[in-house]
Ligand binder design. Sequence first.
Ligand code: AMP
Length: 175
Amino acid sequence: LITTGTIFRKNISEHTMLGELAEGFLKQGKLVPDAITNEVVQNRLKEKDCAVGFILDGYPRNITQAIFLDTFVFLTHAVFVFLPDEIVYERVSKRLMCRCGESYHLVTKPPKKSGICDVCGQSLFQRVDDTPEVLKVRLESYHANIEPVLLHYKEQGVWHEVDGAKSVPEVREAI
Ligand code: AMP
């Protein structure tokens, strides 16, 4: 599983050059420029483990990235997890994260001990871009960019839609 957002966040917390380049964009809820993101993904896909297959999560997010990806791989499936904005707000505003990668939701998946990760015991935190103000920018960017990407994969015959409003096990099963 290759999650571009996680790659950027890891680089930010490790103060790498990539992290420094990406940080401002993540904080504001804006897309990291395509030239940077494309290079990150292309380099990651060159690694050995990807030879047997991979899942890209959060990439491509616009048509430029999708066209770039086509220059070196063919996707077998593009899964669009559809979720209305109201539910995105509900999920994201009550989301808590752990540095180990686990995530929680105050209503549907609360940690056993408030503010503490069930898996590793570290303190939970809210993502800096999960505030209502930044989420608004992220959703605007999403709506401005996604249509041509969906059309692109429909034309390639690899597009699938999954209802993201269902429960986690149901969404997992559908995917
Ligand atoms: P996510 O974890 O998928 O919500 O991504 C968090 C942030 O990382 C986004 O708001 C962007 O700033 C950046 N990001 C992740 N994936 C991409 C992408 N494919 N293109 C540009 N920026 C991205």
